[in-house]
Design a binder for this molecule. Structure first.
Ligand SMILES: [Zn+2]
Length: 362
């Protein structure tokens, strides 16, 4: 009898440890598509970064792309007829499509986020559209194994997966749209990295180590300006972790404790074209989960404004290392109350910052 009671208590304890009910879980982590929820691909996988296995499976699934040159686009049609209205733009070679129906008449019904840019005829800025395309224009590509990237617009982080594991997290900026420039919004969806374009300059803004994944949308280091021969990153690093770009994805330059930054990404990926990069849309209703209060954090008890995710951090001078531990749950207390998250080691956001993001997405 005692055994049964103990077993029952264990089951109850496990149930209580689960932070979300199934219904809440669905609301927190919707899938990109509302159609055909059977596969393991991008469109069917819930946007839950904590489920590493599901995310890895998704990153390794084949991608359906439109055949052709990586700096060209194809329209999707409203009807299975090339004289019908165009409803969306797709970048050839790199942009993934969700095939909803393969028809007998040579056409397929697909969905994707429209890659409409400022000069596109179709003005469906980052809209999830459904349309028709000729089936013989499509091909299936198996992504390169080893690495996969998840960009989450909701938390402005890039998650790097290596060999099935979450390897590291970097702070990013995706596109900041406004009324005049709605096309600045980074287009969501799944993509293949197709070209190591390297450094480029646009209107005095220098971006190093660019990797092309969607025509004009490029993954690159946080930009810098050059004054008197010196690189200055201040202006653009100040807004990392927030939307700020014209559509490109800006990636952290400062090294995490593992030595990860855009230079690391460039060195690993520039020779690995067809690595998959997915972008999760910050759909209304999506929420960031709260952080376990027992999560260890670190600080410099001799000064410094930041809290850290690790005992050793490149953002702190060596004489102050190792840093002193405390917990996430103590962030509201002295002397941790005024500390801000370190831009090197990417600790979790403060609870009030998480609330702010969540309230804006209710
Ligand atoms: Zn740090």
């Amino acid at each position: 009898m005692l055994k049964i009671i103990v077993a029952a208590l264990l089951v109850i304890a496990q149930l209580c440890a689960c932070p979300l009910s199934a219904k809440q879980e669905e609301a927190y982590y919707p899938t990109p598509s509302q159609h055909i929820l059977t596969g393991k691909g991008y469109w069917e996988t819930p946007m839950n970064i904590n489920n590493h296995q599901a995310v890895w499976d998704m990153l390794m699934q084949p991608v359906t792309v439109v055949k052709g040159k990586q700096k060209s686009q194809q329209v999707l049609y409203k009807e299975p007829d090339s004289n019908s209205e165009p409803v969306g733009d797709v970048t050839r070679d790199s942009q993934g499509l969700h095939v909803l129906e393969t028809r007998d008449d040579g056409w397929s019904l697909v969905e994707t986020y429209s890659s409409s840019f400022h000069d596109s005829k179709v003005k469906a800025w980052n809209q999830l559209v459904q349309g028709y395309i000729r089936t013989n224009m499509l091909e299936t590509v198996k992504p390169k194994a080893k690495y996969g990237l998840v960009i989450d617009k909701l938390d402005q982080r890039m998650y790097i997966f290596e060999d099935g594991e979450l390897y590291d997290v970097l702070i990013i900026s995706t596109g900041l749209a406004n009324e005049r420039q709605p096309y600045n919004e980074t287009r969501s969806g799944e993509f293949l990295i197709v070209s190591p374009v390297g450094g480029f300059e646009v209107e005095g803004l220098n971006a190093a180590m660019g990797l092309r994944f969607n025509f004009g949308d490029i993954l690159h280091e946080v930009p810098h300006s050059v004054r008197d021969g010196k690189k200055n990153y201040d202006k653009y690093e100040a807004v990392l972790g927030e939307r700020a770009s014209h559509g490109c994805i800006r990636v952290q330059r400062k090294r995490t404790p593992k030595g990860t930054n855009m230079t690391w990404v460039w060195n690993k990926l520039r020779g690995r074209m067809d690595t998959k990069l997915v972008i999760w849309e910050d759909l209304k209703g999506r929420q960031l989960p709260h952080v376990d209060p027992s999560t260890p954090l670190y600080y410099n008890d001799q000064g410094g404004q930041n809290y850290h995710s690790a005992e050793i951090c490149y953002g702190v001078r060596e004489k102050f290392l190792p840093l002193k531990p405390f917990t996430y749950g103590e962030l509201g207390d002295e002397p941790y109350k005024h500390l801000t998250p370190c831009p090197y080691c990417v600790p979790p956001r403060r609870p009030e910052q998480i609330d702010e993001i969540n309230n804006a997405h209710k």
